[in-house]
Design a protein around this ligand. Structure first.
Ligand code: ADP
Ligand code: MG
Ligand code: ZN
Length: 243
């Protein structure tokens, strides 16, 4: 039986609308030439090559090391109960990130090299950036160094600008706080970052292979207080994954 559009009513119009959006439509990209794409609700047809490039650029901008850009919970092997605890805490944190964001609650990951601290920190980052949150990963050495570099007379950027980069993201990961970290000047710069984020109620994750005491000595009491106030501590108390 044939129906006119009016007889078929709204329902049929919806169905044909869905069929329309599922169909591949030829379109033209200025960079990549003719392509087939899906039309989005706002009527645009996105070039798949441009979309892939944008995803790559977004990933690069997070600073997450290439090795960790696709890491998730699913790749994290839990061969003992403590692994499970660390994994579940990280997962819970990422899944309830809105709450962490309301409180500015961060995490401190402590444990020997190779125990999966960077892996789980980046898994959190990857989870929340898939939900549109902005993340920035940096080693603490790079973060502090990039701010100290602005003190040089021929720096093209101001200290405030670079500090702003560390204040802006919803989540900042400061990785690899080791024994070698920490002249008094380094500690002051690090405190500026941590305290600036604290004031803006934005969470920070710190990962270190030091003991709790060692971390406190390295980053200083004031930074430690900021991290402790709302943050959770996860101990990665097992041997390197590679052993
Ligand atoms: N439990 C685990 N399951 C799977 N891979 C792991 C696990 N722990 C560590 N790895 C892997 O081992 C390597 C070292 O881990 P990493 O996160 O860099 O350790 P850390 O930051 O604690 O030094 C990485 O490639 C990481 O993906
Ligand atoms: Mg690491
Ligand atoms: Zn294109």
């Amino acid at each position: 039986m044939k129906m006119t559009m009016q007889e078929a009513g709204v329902q049929s119009q919806k169905i044909s609308g869905q069929e329309e959006s599922a169909r591949l439509i030829p379109a033209e990209c200025l960079l990549h030439g003719t392509f087939l794409g899906h039309q989005s609700q706002d009527g645009r047809i996105e070039c798949p090559k441009c979309a892939a490039n944008k995803a790559k650029r977004d990933a690069l901008e997070t600073g997450i090391p290439f090795r960790f850009i696709a890491k998730s919970w699913n790749d994290f092997v839990t061969s003992r109960a403590e692994h499970e605890t660390a994994l579940n805490t990280a997962k819970g944190y990422a899944e309830n990130f809105d709450e962490a964001l309301q409180e500015g609650a961060g995490l401190v990951f402590l444990g020997k090299v190779g125990t999966g601290k960077t892996h789980l920190a980046c898994a959190i980052a990857n989870h929340i950036r898939a939900n549109g949150r902005k993340v920035l990963y940096s080693t603490v050495r790079h973060a502090v160094g990039s701010i100290k570099n602005t003190w040089s007379r021929d720096s093209h950027v101001s200290e405030a600008e670079v500090l702003g980069k560390f204040f802006a993201p919803d989540l900042l990961i400061l990785d690899e706080v080791g024994v070698q970290f920490g002249s008094e000047a380094d500690r002051i710069v690090l405190y500026d970052i941590i305290d600036g984020r604290y004031g803006r109620v934005r969470p920070t994750i710190i990962a270190s292979n030091l003991s709790l005491d060692g971390l406190q000595r390295a980053i200083g009491l004031r930074s430690m207080d900021r991290m402790r106030e709302k943050g959770q501590l996860i101990l990665f108390n097992w041997k390197s994954h590679r052993q």
